[in-house]
Ligand binder design. Structure first.
Ligand code: KG4
Ligand code: ZN
Length: 328
């Protein structure tokens, strides 16, 4: 079964065709980063206008060499995200479903991030073997959630951030250090030539699986404004503080919940320090999508959509966006 996935929740316009929920036939991502970088962050009105300009060429590129009768369904992200951005993808998906007489399914962006772990990522085309129950760490620009997954479509949120999301913390820290936008890759680059020698706090919140990163951000701000520190050392110290908390708390939760595997997803899972710490410290197997499938893309939406279609979950033409949608 071939599914066309469409993703426009934030600042990437993306379309992809995935077969049987795992095999990527095409995967096109048009990033708006260059456009938003000059403002130091995403400007929602600019994002939605850019999606309108880009979505049709992106879908055409994803469909190049594939004929419409070979497509069996359309999956689209309907939340969470920016309302004006989500509307572009949802309306294009509805129009295509109507015009091509195809079933439509609506996908939660956070659920889609998790399904990046089902996509074939090795060049040998081997299928990732996900085993339930698993614990999913979703670390993106807007979310830091720990979600227990008992089966397809069965999610229970067991932890979340109480303030900043992990990606948001990276973006804010990069701004404090004058490293530009997006912050995650900029911090990772700067950290590679520094040492994590500066004292920065970790919020352990021992009685729960929740996270908190705003105190760390404030501590970094004070450190920088006191002066005399190297940006590379500050970036390395900040990165290690975030990684330390994410890795330690996720492994602790995975042991308590007795899961088979840990699944990483979301833009921050593209961070090498994070993935290396997980692989070095976890006694439980950890699945990590390749970096380009951790950040926003439509292949993960199509993979998730495949399992929705398998379960008979389809949407009507009255489908609307839900900007504040959560998972579990
Ligand atoms: O999943 P994503 O592409 O979009 C959302 O759904 O939010 O995540 C974007 C976030 C941004 O905050 C970005 O700074 C962060 O992921 N990110 C990284 C890295 N690459 C992207 N954070 C740390 N290290 C990276 N290499
Ligand atoms: Zn995302």
């Amino acid at each position: 079964m071939k599914v066309l996935g469409i993703e426009t929740s934030c600042d990437e316009t993306a379309a992809a065709v995935v077969e049987d929920g795992c095999q990527i036939i095409s995967n096109v991502v048009a990033s708006q980063i260059d456009i938003h970088a000059r403002y130091g962050g995403i400007v929602p009105e600019v994002a939605s206008r850019q999606h309108i300009l880009t979505i049709i060429p992106v879908v055409k590129q994803a469909m190049a060499g594939i004929s419409w009768p070979d497509i069996n369904g359309i999956a689209v992200t309907f939340g969470p995200g920016l309302a004006g951005s989500l509307l572009v993808g949802v309306n294009v998906a509805k129009a295509l479903a109507l015009a091509k007489n195809l079933p439509l399914t609506s996908v939660n962006h956070l659920e889609a991030h998790i399904y990046a772990n089902w996509l074939d990522s090795s060049s040998s085309g081997e299928k990732s073997e996900v085993r339930f129950p698993c614990l999913c760490l979703i670390v993106s620009g807007g979310h830091s959630d720990l979600v227990l997954m008992e089966g397809h479509g069965q999610f229970e949120k067991v932890g979340r951030t109480r303030d900043d999301a992990a990606g948001e913390a990276f973006d804010k820290a990069a701004r404090i250090l004058g490293l530009g936008y997006p912050g995650g890759p900029a911090i990772e680059r700067a950290a590679s030539s520094g040492t994590p020698c500066l004292p920065l706090p970790r919020a352990w919140l021992k009685d729960s699986h929740d996270f908190s990163f705003s105190g760390l951000k404030t501590a970094l701000w004070h450190l920088v404004h006191r002066g005399g520190i190297s940006v590379a050392d500050a970036a390395a110290s900040f990165q290690l503080a975030v990684v330390d908390v994410l890795v330690t708390k996720t492994i602790e939760a995975a042991k308590q919940l007795k899961v088979e595997q840990i699944l990483l997803s979301g833009g921050v899972a593209a961070n090498k320090a994070l993935t290396q710490h997980f692989l070095a410290n976890s006694p439980i197997p950890v699945l990590i999508p390749p970096p380009h499938l951790c950040t926003d893309n439509a292949a993960m939406v199509a993979a998730c959509g495949y399992y929705h279609f398998q379960a008979g979950n389809t949407s009507g033409y009255d489908l609307d966006v839900v900007p504040s949608l959560s998972l579990g």
